[in-house]
Ligand binder design. Structure first.
Ligand SMILES: Nc1ncnc2c1ncn2[C@@H]1O[C@H](COP(=O)(O)OP(=O)(O)OP(=O)(O)O)[C@@H](O)[C@H]1O
Ligand SMILES: [Mg+2]
Length: 307
């Protein structure tokens, strides 16, 4: 999260890149506004005269999200582009569904923008609202969140030559992808977005983010991860699991002793077992109902491609 922001101005909305057709809002943050969109090229490539259902399917395959930065936060878009490029290079040979892929960008403009693959789904924050009041009856999702965010963070923290830190881990920067793929049947894949505050953990680089009392590093990011989990693990087996983590790392979560790789080595197997135990038909039913809340407006998709 960024401090010292000012309210968006009208121009911000008008600086839309011509390559893309805006479809509908995807969300907004302090630094930017994001829209689901489709490229003019993708529209030109759509086969003509398709029945509506097939056309909608084809459009959804080509969806992206265009994020435009406010000029007072230009650096955040440039920073995000820089780090998404590093991730793209690192993921090229590997199957990692935990990040949105950078497709295009112009970070040097007064109102810089970037386009990534779209996550069709809700942020963790909205997903919790959709699950409510049954959120703690869907404990399988808590363990799934631990498993998938551990994989995403271990990947970043093990990047070479330096660990990459997300830098802004919270419920609105994690999304539940309903569409792209499900690594565990019935549970949405988790995707980490918003690399505007990302940095590389190189102790020699002066521009290291200063968070709270000291430099931000893998230990601090791991503590943030556990904080995020605690909000989801307030009852039953999930609460016990969080308690075991705190027992292992101390109540104060000693950042110097924490790292995601160690956390995974110690608790990964237990989480996989617990997810399986908790994934009862009832729990998966609760998740399934929460996933039914539509994100995309079919009429807006058809209108955007001019059919
Ligand atoms: N690839 C994506 N797919 C779907 N929705 C997205 C995507 N990227 C961003 N969004 C939506 O837009 C919102 C704002 O995006 P993001 O968090 O990247 O911007 P920000 O301005 O940097 O946020 P912050 O206030 O955390 O700094 C997200 O919370 C999410 O709802
Ligand atoms: Mg954000």
């Amino acid at each position: 999260m960024v401090e010292g922001h000012r309210p968006p101005d009208k121009q911000w909305h008008e600086r839309w890149p011509e390559k893309f057709i805006k479809i509908q809002p995807a969300g907004s943050g302090i630094c930017s506004i994001a829209h689901y969109a489709i490229s003019q090229q993708a529209i030109a490539d759509l086969p003509p005269d398709q029945p509506k259902a097939q056309l909608l399917f084809a459009i959804k395959q080509q969806l992206c999200v265009v994020k435009i930065g406010h000029n007072s936060h230009r650096n955040y878009i440039a920073n995000e582009v820089k780090h998404l490029r590093l991730i793209k290079a690192a993921t090229e040979a590997r199957d990692t569904p935990f990040f949105a892929e950078l497709l295009d960008a112009d970070p040097d403009l007064e109102y810089p923008w970037l386009a990534t693959t779209a996550v069709v789904g809700h942020t963790l924050e909205d997903f919790r609202v959709n699950l409510s009041p049954r959120v703690h009856d869907a404990q399988c999702f808590f363990f799934h969140l631990f498993i998938q965010l551990s994989a995403a963070l271990c990947f970043l923290h093990e990047m070479q030559p330096f660990p990459l830190l997300h830098g802004d881990l919270h419920d609105e920067n994690v999304m539940c992808d309903f569409r792209r793929r499900q690594d565990y049947e019935g549970l949405p894949n988790v995707v980490l977005i918003d690399f505007g505050s990302a940095c590389v953990q190189d102790w020699d680089v002066e521009s290291m983010l200063e968070k709270e009392t000291g430099p931000y590093h893998v230990g601090r990011e791991t503590c943030r991860f556990v904080q995020l989990l605690k909000a989801w693990g307030k009852e039953g087996a999930a609460l016990g699991f969080v308690g075991e983590i705190e027992e292992a790392f101390g109540w104060e979560m000693d950042a110097e002793r924490c790292n995601c790789t160690g956390l995974w080595q110690r608790f990964g197997r237990l989480a996989v077992e617990q997810r399986q135990v908790c994934a009862t038909a009832e729990a998966l039913g609760i998740v399934e109902r929460a996933l039914r809340v539509e994100v995309l407006d079919d009429a807006a998709l058809i209108k955007a491609v001019g059919r």
